[in-house]
Design a protein around this ligand. Structure first.
Ligand code: PLP
Length: 386
């Protein structure tokens, strides 16, 4: 057997740091520890240079022409807060209407809920039974008071991809700012802020084999210039939008992780889809009454979400302790409430509660998938029998 237990199949909640990324980060803890804002000596200059290079690597993966449009943050949650709250404060005079979607991540939904308490009106568009929003619905809901549209590129539970380019086109036509939560999409599917008409984009390193605690917000500087109000105040770093000393080792890691993702995305996608299909067919062959959740094609390569009728996901998870699985998002998996994402697809509480998310990634092997099929089939049969 060429793998160790437990098997990790929860790549949507986080990923291990790629050893190649870790190697590149190492010198920036003890040796090259300078502060990029120290302009008076070589320690600072060196740090400033590597931060600049990391900015270029991140910019390259998402089609950003000017790396200066990349703002370092602590991760997608902070980036979403800066984008949505920052834009709301800046454009409040223009209008107070925002369009988003019912299946967004809590980082967006909770921020929007806060903005509602501040007088903003939010339209949460519904999705179809695959979790896809209709771009025409976006168009129909835009008014002269709409200042911002915010959608995730890829859903973290069901892997469904939204029609980001189509929404971007409508946003451009109507001259409304477009923010995209690309935490799950970056490095997995092609993202291009120019081609997709994106004005603001949030992402984290740790979903793409980089370190936790670092992320970016892309903010468009030209056609149109996006104005944001900062959430923090301090020493003027990142053009005053996100002050505080830069986390150089993490930034270097994010740059390397995004560089590798860009180089290997196409190959990795094919390999991971093959494993995912093997897993799905293995489960289907071994079991009756299982259903795929999310879109059959328009989905993240590493995502398989399946409901096992007659089974509670929580029981299944505790019966296959050797496999790290989740019933939904990491943030909500402790809760007994059925997933709001699955409910939004029109599923009953029962189907939502019987759903498991399998997250495959860079280090998933065929042997692991064979083993998971065997263990899950056996556990479901046992649970259905009793
Ligand atoms: C993980 C995730 C986030 C939050 O990212 P953090 O790194 O935890 O801040 C936001 N949106 C989506 C879609 C995610 O998958």
């Amino acid at each position: 057997m060429s793998f160790k237990f437990p098997i990790y199949l929860d790549y949507h909640s986080t990923t291990p740091v790629d050893p190649r990324v870790y190697e590149v980060m190492k010198p920036y803890f003890c040796e090259e520890f300078g502060n990029p804002a120290s302009g008076s000596h070589v320690f600072g200059w060196k740090a400033e240079e590597v931060v600049k290079q990391a900015r270029q690597k991140v910019a390259h993966l998402i089609g950003v022409r000017d790396p200066k449009e990349i703002i370092w943050t602590s991760g997608t949650t902070e980036s979403i807060n800066l984008a949505l709250r920052g834009a709301s404060i800046s454009y409040r005079e223009k209008g107070q209407h925002i369009i988003s979607c019912v299946t967004e991540h809590k980082a967006a939904l909770e921020t929007l809920k806060y903005l509602e308490t501040q007088g903003f009106k939010v339209t949460y568009l519904p999705v179809d039974s695959y979790g896809v929003v209709d771009p025409e619905d976006v168009r129909k809901n835009i008014t002269d008071k709409t200042i911002l549209i915010s959608f995730m590129a890829a859903n973290n539970e069901i892997g469904t991809l939204h029609p980001i380019s189509e929404i971007g086109k409508i946003a451009k036509e109507k001259e409304v700012l477009f923010h995209v939560d690309a935490a799950q999409a970056c490095g997995k599917i092609p993202m291009d802020v120019e081609k997709m008409g994106i004005d603001l984009l949030s992402a984290s390193a740790h979903k793409v084999y980089g370190p936790k605690g670092i992320g970016i917000l892309y903010k468009r500087e030209r056609s149109p210039y996006v104005s944001l109000s900062p959430l923090f105040f301090g020493g003027g770093h990142e053009k005053g939008l996100r002050p505080g000393t830069l986390a150089v080792p993490l930034i270097v890691g994010m740059g390397e992780a995004f560089k590798i993702a860009g180089q290997e995305m196409e190959e990795e996608k094919v390999r991971i889809i093959t494993l995912r299909e093997k897993l799905y067919h293995g489960l289907k062959n071994g079991l009756e009454d299982i259903e795929l959740n999310g879109h059959p094609q328009k989905r993240l390569p590493g995502n398989l979400n399946v409901s096992f009728s007659g089974i509670k996901a929580s029981d299944l998870i505790s019966h296959v302790r050797d496999v790290a699985l989740s019933s939904g998002s990491a943030c909500a998996s402790g809760s007994l409430e059925p997933s709001y994402v699955l409910k939004a697809l029109g599923f009953s509480d029962e189907r939502a509660r019987s759903s498991i998310r399998f997250g495959l990634g860079r280090f998933t092997t065929e042997e692991e998938i064979d083993c998971v099929i065997e263990k899950v089939v056996e556990a479901v049969q046992k649970l259905r029998h009793f």
